[in-house]
Ligand binder design. Structure first.
Ligand SMILES: Nc1ncnc2c1ncn2[C@@H]1O[C@H](COP(=O)(O)OP(=O)(O)OP(=O)(O)O)[C@@H](O)[C@H]1O
Length: 163
């Protein structure tokens, strides 16, 4: 299901599957992109990447809902999103594995692990970007995040504000 979505034109070559960790699926975008030259380009690219991942998250939920209808089931997923700098690379000589690391990844993982089923939890900085692009967000409140203390987080409610 996630592979099918990643192969859609909108996401192909942009959203990358990093790996699965148990029942968790880890994906990212903006890795290895040409570094933008100006501050303006940097912000634009960042916003595009954050928006793309949020659409990807909604597409995952919609697809799961469709599958549930087809198989008469009620499978649910929990999604966490964050943005920021990461270190990406390959480790291991026998079984080389590509992975990403850093505070951004730790917090993204916490957005998932402290989230709610059926919801997309994001950090305040990610919420601010999404809000500026018309996404509807709902403040969740203060969430204890190991290594970070209390973080204000948001749930992304929908992709479009009703006008
Ligand atoms: N590259 C990665 N692949 C998979 N999970 C990751 C990766 N980087 C970070 N995480 C996950 O992000 C979470 C936060 O990591 P952090 O270093 O803050 O805590 P930790 O002490 O390892 O926490 P835990 O109690 O969950 O083991 C961890 O659950 C960790 O497994």
């Amino acid at each position: 299901m996630r592979t099918q979505i990643i192969e859609k034109k909108k996401y192909r070559g942009k959203v990358e599957k990093i790996k699965t960790i148990g029942s968790t699926y880890m994906a990212a975008t903006g890795l290895g992109e040409n570094q933008p030259q100006t501050e303006e380009e940097k912000v634009k690219m960042l916003h595009q990447n954050v928006v793309l991942m949020a659409h990807f998250a909604f597409e995952l939920i919609r697809t799961l809902n469709r599958i549930n209808r087809e198989i008469f089931n009620d499978l649910k997923m929990r999604i966490g999103l964050n943005h920021g700098p990461v270190v990406a690379g390959v480790i291991g000589s026998q079984k080389p594995l590509y992975d990403i690391w850093g505070d951004t990844v730790n917090v993204a993982s916490r957005m998932d692990s402290t989230g709610h089923l059926t919801k997309i939890q994001v950090t305040e900085a990610t919420a601010n970007i999404l809000s500026s692009h018309g996404f509807v967000l709902e403040k969740r409140g203060s969430v204890p995040v190991k290594g970070k203390g209390e973080l204000t987080t948001f749930f992304v409610v929908s992709e479009q504000r009703k006008s």
